[in-house]
Design a protein around this ligand. Structure first.
Ligand SMILES: [Ca+2]
Length: 311
């Protein structure tokens, strides 16, 4: 198809290529509907314990199954303080309790203000990574409040079903107007879609138990929570469930392959409209499953060892 041909293949073995000091850590703020399901918690953990990541803050926001910004805030704190037993952790802020009221009406909350303030020491040459693994509400609100932020951040989002159709099942659907603000703002944008998550980031319940179940209390907790969702998708004869949101962190740290596509607009039904593209975007086509989970579990083991004294 024309839309596919317009893309150029690119490998992102090292996804983040920002200037700065050699070995500088990757600055990140996470916008998450943590608690709406089980996967955000995995992503919070990965960002919090990865030595190469400088997690500047976590912002919790809403989802249409009743999750509020405050409830997501509580869930993030539970992950950091109770599951990881972190006594010193990055700031956690409550974001929006619901969608923006209109495409030109940003929400105002401590999460939005924090994001804008933190972005101010970044630049087009050295951008703050903003990961969206929930609705776009708070990031869109930041863009509407301070449009210059698009010169200082890049967005890495989990959402949309696949290319070239677009469509969405959760994150974008929770605030379509906000997603349009982000897409149309011109901000550098990386998209990790659900089709890739199902193919590359899914486990059976048994596989999840084998991967993390033995890694201390935190790993056991992840496996126990997963078992409540495991098996809900039948993928090529395997009863699985994806850790959807980890696609954002996997890309950030360099465990993804990508393609560059034109940036379509989001139609009223959230299908992509390719008639009037607005610049480019980066599309994750594959996650290196084995390398990513090896990295994840090595980091969780190392962190657990600092708490228990045992590997
Ligand atoms: Ca999520």
């Amino acid at each position: 198809m024309l839309t596919v041909m317009m893309g150029t293949m690119a490998m992102a073995t090292c996804a983040q290529e920002q200037p700065g000091e050699p070995g500088a850590r990757l600055p990140v703020i996470l916008s998450t509907d943590c608690g709406t399901e089980i996967d955000d918690q995995w992503q919070v953990i990965y960002l919090a314990i990865s030595p190469e990541i400088d997690a500047l803050g976590f912002i919790g926001n809403h989802a249409r199954n009743g999750l509020t910004g405050t409830k997501a805030w509580e869930t993030i704190l539970d992950v950091l303080e109770n599951r990881l037993e972190m006594t010193d952790h990055p700031p956690v802020l409550a974001g929006s309790d619901g969608p923006i009221a209109a495409p030109d009406r940003p929400n105002d909350n401590e999460g939005v203000r924090f994001l804008i303030e933190q972005s101010k020491r970044f630049s087009p040459a050295e951008r703050l990574n903003v990961l969206i693994i929930g609705s776009h509400t708070d990031v869109a609100s930041a863009i509407l409040t301070d449009p210059t932020i698009v010169q200082r951040i890049r967005v890495i989002m989990m959402g949309m079903v696949g290319w070239p159709k677009g469509d969405d099942e959760w994150n974008v659907k929770n605030d379509p107007d906000a997603a349009r603000v982000v897409f149309e703002s011109g901000v550098p944008l990386v998209v990790g879609c659900s089709e890739v998550c199902i193919r590359d980031l899914s486990f059976t319940t048994e596989e999840c138990q084998a991967l993390v179940g033995g890694i201390g209390p935190c790993g056991a907790w992840l496996a126990k929570c997963f078992a409540e969702f495991g098996g809900r998708i039948d993928y090529r004869g395997r009863k699985v469930w994806p850790i959807w949101d980890c696609i954002a962190g996997a890309y950030l740290v360099g465990f993804a392959q990508v393609t560059e596509y034109h940036r379509p607009t989001l139609g009223p039904d959230l299908l992509f409209d390719h008639a009037t593209p607005q610049g480019q975007m980066t599309w994750v086509t594959r996650v290196d499953t084995e390398r990513f989970w090896a990295d994840y579990t090595a980091k969780l083991k190392a962190w657990t060892a600092t708490k228990t004294g045992r590997p």
